[in-house]
Design a protein around this ligand. Structure first.
Ligand SMILES: CC(C)(COP(=O)(O)OP(=O)(O)OC[C@H]1O[C@@H](n2cnc3c(N)ncnc32)[C@H](O)[C@@H]1OP(=O)(O)O)[C@@H](O)C(=O)NCCC(=O)NCCS
Length: 399
């Protein structure tokens, strides 16, 4: 094998697409590739090449991610794959290390991704920072205890949704840690609503309130005269309690429907508290969601605010970029952080820092797992409290 890693060009994408198709097990059509290219900057992609042949790829989309008290610009790593005939020869490792070094050279504070499998990315310093859960609601059994006014909810066309949704999403994003911005090409791409992306279900339906929206697909099931259609929530954005309650009132009133399912509801969603029987919001699966890889630790720590005042020296172990100690001084109004030689109060690996960064994983839990340590347990408790966020992190856009 004569392996080199180089930056991709637009001309590489048919071959890149073929590697990804074989890796993910689905044939990407020419239409899907040209749609995808509207989001892609080839200069942000790396390919592993054996002679002339592309055998591996990684790339990123630029996102702005909400963090407690602010935002952070992050590359969202994507399109990661290695040709099935070139596996377990270290190609992913080469690609990941090159990409992370490029990020560091460009002054990136942290990178993010979502993982096809849970065992791949911890070794590269990424830590699972949020969860994705599947919820299933039996529509016939889920009843709102105080019916609300649905007059504010409108069913709109895709074209109208394209006009209305971005502003609502922008306001939701501001209040949700982990939430990713959607630039105009992302909105255009998502609203194409191509058949290949519908999972065998209908085109999108959009329910819109001034302060929230739900986009869903339908799988009809007439069930021999006892209809039990599926409502599959594809996008779920509520800014206010009123919008949340009104949208659910419409969904739960969808005659002919048996269940409402979703990967979109965070575990702090208020819906169970609006029902006569909270148990009707069933969690049927839970897995990692967004992964965070700290790169410039001091910048990353200073980019967010902290729930309580904290001053601590954090030692971060990092095989790729070297270990470092960082003095963090933070509180509800913001934070500063700088390298220091002072003795550490808390010590943890770089992936553990990624996990706790958005407030979705407790430092205290990682301490009990042996992934974070402190000579004085009160220091760990203090930083644990400081890292808490007002809301469960949700990234909101698959990439
Ligand atoms: C995942 C994938 C990119 C790995 O590529 P690869 O070139 O075979 O990986 P490498 O040989 O560089 O492996 C590096 C390390 O990761 C481990 N690893 C690789 N794939 C893994 C997997 N799927 N699960 C757990 N560990 C994995 C290797 O065992 C090796 O471990 P080590 O650190 O102990 O040596 C490749 O299997 C693939 O394309 N899979 C299908 C598409 C996919 O899932 N992509 C990821 C999208 S998020």
């Amino acid at each position: 094998m004569d392996l080199t890693i180089r930056t991709a060009s637009t001309e590489d994408f048919p071959e890149i697409s073929a590697v990804d198709s074989a890796s993910f097990g689905e044939h990407f059509s020419d239409e899907e590739l040209s749609d995808a290219l509207t989001l892609i900057d080839p200069a942000r992609f790396l390919v592993a090449v054996d002679g002339e042949r592309i055998v591996g790829v990684t790339g990123d989309y630029p996102f702005t991610m909400t963090v407690p008290g602010g935002t952070l610009d992050v590359p969202g790593v994507t399109w990661v794959s290695v040709d099935p005939t070139y596996r377990r020869r270290g190609i992913l490792r080469e690609l990941m290390h090159r990409q992370l070094r490029n990020f560091a050279d460009a002054g990136v504070a942290a990178a993010i991704l979502t993982a096809s499998e849970g065992g791949i990315y911890g070794r590269f310093g990424y830590g699972a920072a949020s969860a994705t859960r599947k919820t299933v609601i039996d529509r016939h059994r889920a009843t709102l205890s105080a019916p609300t006014d649905t007059g504010m909810v409108e069913r709109v066309t895709g074209a109208r949704a394209r006009e209305l949704l971005p502003d609502i999403h922008r306001r939701w994003r501001a209040q949700t840690p982990g939430a990713l911005n959607r630039v105009e090409p992302w909105w255009d791409y998502l609203m194409l609503d191509r058949e290949a992306h519908r999972g065998g279900m209908s085109a999108l339906f959009h329910l819109v309130h001034a302060d929230g929206y739900i986009s869903y697909r339908v799988k009809t099931d007439w069930n021999d005269g006892h209809p039990k259609h599926l409502c599959w929530i594809a996008d779920y954005v509520t800014v206010t309690s009123e919008a949340h309650a009104a949208l659910w009132q419409v969904l739960l009133g969808l005659d002919l429907f048996g269940s409402i399912e979703s990967y979109r509801m965070p575990d702090d969603d208020p819906l169970p508290h609006l029902l006569t029987d909270a148990r009707q919001v069933r969690t049927t699966a839970i897995a990692d969601g967004l992964w965070v890889r700290p790169i410039d630790v001091a910048s990353m720590l200073a980019a967010r605010s902290y729930a309580v005042d904290v001053e601590a020296v954090i030692e971060v172990r990092d095989d790729l970029f070297g270990d470092g100690r960082y003095l963090l001084r933070g509180g509800p109004e913001g934070a500063t952080s700088e390298r220091t030689e002072r003795a550490p109060d808390i010590s943890l690996g770089v992936s553990a820092l990624g996990s706790v960064y958005l407030g979705g994983v407790r430092l205290e839990t990682l301490g009990r797992a042996g992934k974070a340590a402190a000579d004085d347990p009160a220091q760990l408790t203090r930083l644990d409290r400081a890292l808490l966020a007002d809301r469960t992190p949700v990234h909101g856009t698959g990439f």
